[in-house]
Design a binder for this molecule. Structure first.
Ligand code: FAD
Length: 755
């Protein structure tokens, strides 16, 4: 059988293309408006389309189904080829933002040490950031391998370095342009990951020659998992204990060179090894590092918030810190990754919901009667329950992801300004509070959404049956690549606990001391407004929640308000238990729930705010978006109906007659637009990279083509395997079994033995 001859186009049964076309013909919603809603603005939507177009048509960056068959070394080499290509796009993207393609070369002037004023800004790299974020959906190992260098190494320097250090390492040395040096982020050790404060690597100040000596004191202090260390990094930012005059000042950050930048030889005192094959993302060269008496100049310590200064007269070193910001500066390197992972959740969710929805519409299984055609999967209520809430989840992630990204950029700008020497203590205080709120939101949203998408990929894989298990439909590699997002840059459970503990503290401050800063807290924590807490906790008000039934858009807010009620009651319970036992760890299970519920209410709020700005004007399109909003809320209320009853927010019959009833009503209503809703992500086939999900819906033909393209029939010599000799030997072995075991089945011999 050859390409193009597998499916009879006139077949009355299997014509998935026709099904998809019919769905599109019957759709009543406006896909362009939906896409603008999802991509935040029409301008952004255009930019995203043009970047995707460039990526998928680039001869080196494009990713096809043969990518799923790669060996580890091939993956690493191919990833590096793509990085080389991307670095050219980066130069072009910076020049595009600055409209600087003529006269003096912009990159050269940015790298020139003399031109101090010419500093690269976040805006300069905004197009490239977006490009990288889109690549994360197509080839996640590529975006991470670059992301470790730019995001972790670069942001650690940006977050902890002085203005001069930032300029030196990132511009003059070229790190931000992927030139000159390549960085890795050496925080985790063999013995400690989440518990950063216990890292064991030391940086001991030596006043005699004004240097630090970096050491790995024992095996468990070996830096472990370090992306880029095994092959590509020339420099590390190392998290080490600062030791001055024998005193331990805790973990700080240092730039420690690893390899000679011309020959790539390891520098004296550096040992490095490869961590080999992982569950996914093998294109990243994760490695281990040990430092043995490595000497670096004092100036290589990143000193924005803490520095070692020598008294010019006595030569005695002292450690100076900005305590307000030093404590939170550690967050900043990891913040960017967490914020981006929320956007990755939207992109990954959109990729896999598109594939599974098209498959569900095109695939038929079982007929109601002997003569009727088999039923499309999407028409089974169970299939709708498995698939459509995943579309709602993806839609709800988008507005919060854009909101978080904006918030991140604004707060970081304020941090840079405030931490320059001229700022008052009041402005330092304000920015540190904003940063703490951002930390809570990004931690809770990163954990909740990366978990949701891990479940989404597997649920949707199963919804595609056996074909979902084929490597060529992307779910396998997608899942393996994805799930590390639940672990790295803050393990999800740890992040949820940390975020929730801060939320509980805010609750206690608001409930007991009336402390609530509306300008700071209104955005994410409006449910903690003391008046709201009082209303919910007051014994006179009815404990049970009633949804308004007016049907107007204003009434939709109930679907979020109920989560505020849940949060207040749950947190009040946690706070009471902690007061009794003085042991927050006993409440960890509930604390993780607080982080999840906080995220759910924030996702609803950002979605609602965006829809209320009325930029999406088409009534049918607004209607479907509100349905997704309600479905998202109801789906999770139903999943947590135990807690809603435990805290007397819903009665058991409300769960049956309101929540589950509304949920089951919404599914078939949204089903009618499921193809339009996923088409609105506007992901070309090259991004989906899964033939059962291609736009034309020709599931069987497309899938068959990819299988034979990647496993050509000719290669196997008309069906003979390369190990045919062994196969033949096995099948045609002689009757030598007993001889081989050192015995015999010859009965005359056996008789002799029994005498
Ligand atoms: C592919 C990959 C790439 C990586 N790249 C880098 C890199 O480039 N640079 C770098 O520095 N690091 C990197 N890491 C390390 C990563 O950031 C850590 O693995 C992560 O922070 C978790 O730390 P850990 O592995 O030590 O887990 P642990 O901290 O040992 O946690 C193990 C489990 O115990 C639970 N747990 C721990 N403490 C508590 C507690 N107090 N209460 C309840 N539960 C708890 C956690 O939730 C987790 O489930 C990478 C990891 C991977 C897998």
């Amino acid at each position: 059988m050859t390409r193009g001859s597998t499916v009879n186009p006139d077949s009355p049964v299997f014509n998935p293309k026709k099904f998809l076309a019919t769905e599109r013909d019957n759709s009543k919603i406006n896909i362009t408006q939906l896409n603008h809603f999802l991509e935040s603005t029409p301008e952004n939507s255009r930019l995203v389309r043009s970047l995707i177009d460039q990526i998928v048509n680039d001869p080196i960056l494009k990713t096809q189904t043969n990518y799923y068959d790669n060996e580890i070394l091939k993956e690493r080499e191919q990833t590096l080829k793509k990085i080389a290509r991307l670095s050219l796009y980066m130069e072009q993207d910076i020049k595009t933002v600055r409209h600087s393609f003529r006269n003096k070369d912009l990159l050269k002037s940015l790298q020139d040490e003399q031109e101090n004023a010419n500093t690269l800004t976040n805006k300069d790299i905004s197009i490239f950031d977006k490009r990288l974020s889109l690549i994360a959906m197509i080839d996640p190992q590529l975006s991470t391998r670059v992301g470790v260098h730019l995001g972790l190494f670069g942001n650690c320097i940006k977050g902890n370095g002085t203005d001069e250090q930032i300029k030196y390492w990132l511009q003059t040395k070229g790190a931000l342009f992927i030139k000159g040096i390549y960085g890795c982020f050496a925080m985790t050790e063999l013995g400690h990951g989440s518990n950063v404060a216990q890292m064991q690597t030391t940086a001991t100040y030596n006043p005699e020659d004004d240097t630090f000596i970096i050491n790995t004191p024992n095996l468990t202090a070996t830096k472990w998992w370090i992306g880029g260390a095994a092959h590509s990094a020339t420099h590390s930012v190392a998290y080490c204990r600062l030791i001055v005059n024998g005193k331990d000042y805790g973990v700080k950050t240092f730039v420690v060179p690893l390899r000679n930048i011309t020959t790539f030889d390891l520098l004296p005192g550096i040992s490095i090894g490869d961590l080999g094959k992982k569950m996914g993302r093998d294109g990243i060269d994760n490695g281990w590092i040990q430092y043995k008496n490595v000497v670096i100049p004092r100036e290589y310590m990143l000193s924005r918030f803490t520095k070692v200064v020598k008294d010019p007269q006595t030569g005695v070193p002292t450690v100076k810190t900005q305590p307000q910001l030093d404590q939170i500066s550690g967050y900043s390197a990891l913040l960017s990754g967490r914020v981006n992972m929320v956007m990755d959740s939207f992109r990954f969710g959109s990729r896999f919901t598109t594939i599974a929805t098209r498959y569900a519409v095109g695939r038929q299984q079982f007929a109601n009667t002997k003569d009727s055609p088999e039923t499309q999967l999407i028409n089974y209520p169970l299939h709708q329950y498995r698939l459509i809430p995943q579309i709602a989840i993806t839609y709800l992630i988008s507005p919060v992801a854009f909101d978080l990204l904006d918030n991140y950029y604004t707060t970081l700008e304020e941090l840079y300004t405030a931490s320059s020497n001229k700022s008052s203590s009041a402005s330092l205080d304000l920015v540190s509070k904003k940063l703490k709120n951002l930390f809570v939101d990004s931690a809770a949203l990163k954990a909740t959404n990366t978990w949701l998408v891990a479940q989404l990929i597997d649920e949707l894989r199963q919804s595609c049956g056996g074909h979902g298990y084929s490597q060529y439909n992307g779910f396998g590699k997608g899942y393996n690549d994805w799930v590390v997002q639940c672990t790295w840059e803050g393990d999800n459970n740890i992040l949820s606990l940390t975020a929730a503990k801060s939320i509980v503290k805010k609750f206690v401050d608001a409930a007991l001391k009336g402390k609530y800063n509306s300008s700071l807290d209104e955005h994410s924590f409006d449910y903690l407004n003391p008046t709201n807490i009082m209303k919910i906790m007051s014994t006179s008000s009815s404990p049970y929640f009633e949804f308004k039934e007016g049907g107007g858009e204003d009434d939709n807010q109930d679907y979020r308000t109920i989560w505020g009620v849940m949060l207040v009651k749950l947190i009040a319970h946690i706070a009471k238990q902690i007061r009794k036992t003085n042991d927050p760890d006993m409440m960890s299970k509930s604390l993780v729930m607080v982080s999840k519920f906080h995220s759910i209410q924030l996702m609803l709020k950002c979605f609602e705010t965006k829809l209320n700005n009325k930029k999406t004007s088409d009534p049918k399109t607004r209607e479907i978006l509100w349905k997704l909003y309600k479905l998202f809320s109801l789906y999770f209320i139903d999943k947590h109906s135990g807690e809603f009853q435990q805290f007397k927010i819903l009665k058991p019959d409300q769960v049956t007659n309101v929540i589950q009833k509304k949920l089951l009503q919404l599914l078939p209503e949204i089903r009618t637009e499921c193809i339009a809703l996923t088409d609105a992500f506007k992901l070309p086939d090259e991004v989906l990279n899964a033939p059962i999900g291609y736009y034309d819906g020709d599931i069987y033909q497309n899938y068959f083509n990819e299988i034979i393209q990647n496993n050509p029939v000719e290669k196997t010599e008309a069906g003979k395997p390369p190990y045919v000799d062994l196969l033949l030997k096995t099948l045609h072995r002689g009757y030598t079994f007993d001889e081989a075991l050192g015995g015999s089945s010859d009965s005359s011999i056996l008789e002799k033995l029994s005498k």
